[in-house]
Design a protein around this ligand. Structure first.
Ligand SMILES: [Zn+2]
Length: 202
């Protein structure tokens, strides 16, 4: 990045902090921000600022929301006895886009990973269990990713709930193993939810 004026260098360095953006892409993006209309680039900067300043976690499902309780959690049209557990907000929105699911959600913002130091506490699993018990949830659908940590998380939650009345199910493997829920197309998502099975613990 040598040779760039200070302000441009700063933008390149900030862009590089984003996932999947290396130095070359960061340079290209910074140049394109300067080449396009000033108005468009300023609109981009302001929309990021506005989003970051005005987005919080829904106090019920932990998804990103502009209000204390998100639209899904506060909707009278949702089935409040079914709760779908997902890893990321992207997964929440992917299931919503598929349009079939009518229950509520819980967003973990990750999955259990001892190597990265992510455990039940970081994922809010205590709060999840408390919610399931206090709200009289009848079914918990676990829609974590079909990879090692997603499966470990599913089993962990199923174990915590095995003494309660709630039925714990796992979405079907229409989602490719090792894949991400959030990238599934809508038909795959609907099939994965329809084909869910009860988790049987040994
Ligand atoms: Zn919510």
């Amino acid at each position: 990045m040598k040779g760039y004026p200070t302000r441009i260098k700063r933008v390149i360095e900030n862009l590089q902090k984003l996932p999947g953006i290396g130095v070359k892409t960061a340079e290209r993006l910074a140049m394109s921000l300067l080449r396009r209309s000033k108005k468009d680039s300023i609109e981009l900067a302001q929309s990021i600022k506005d989003m970051v300043e005005n987005t919080k976690y829904c106090s019920k499902c932990r998804n990103f929301s502009e209000t204390d309780i998100c639209d899904v959690c506060s909707s009278p049209n949702r089935d409040k006895k079914v709760l779908c557990v997902v890893e990321q907000p992207e997964d929440f929105f992917a299931i919503e886009r598929a349009g079939e699911y009518r229950g509520l959600y819980f967003v973990l913002h990750g999955s259990i990973s001892p190597i990265e130091g992510i455990g039940a506490e970081e994922l809010g699993i205590d709060y999840l269990v408390k919610r399931v018990k206090s709200e009289g949830i009848k079914e918990v659908i676990i829609a974590t990713d079909p990879d090692v940590s997603g499966e470990a998380t599913a089993i962990y939650i199923a174990r915590l709930l095995q003494d309660s009345e709630v039925v714990v199910t796992r979405i079907a493997l229409g989602i490719p193993a090792g894949g991400h829920i959030g990238y599934a197309d809508e038909i795959t998502m609907v099939k994965a939810l329809e084909g869910r099975r009860r988790i049987i613990l040994e």
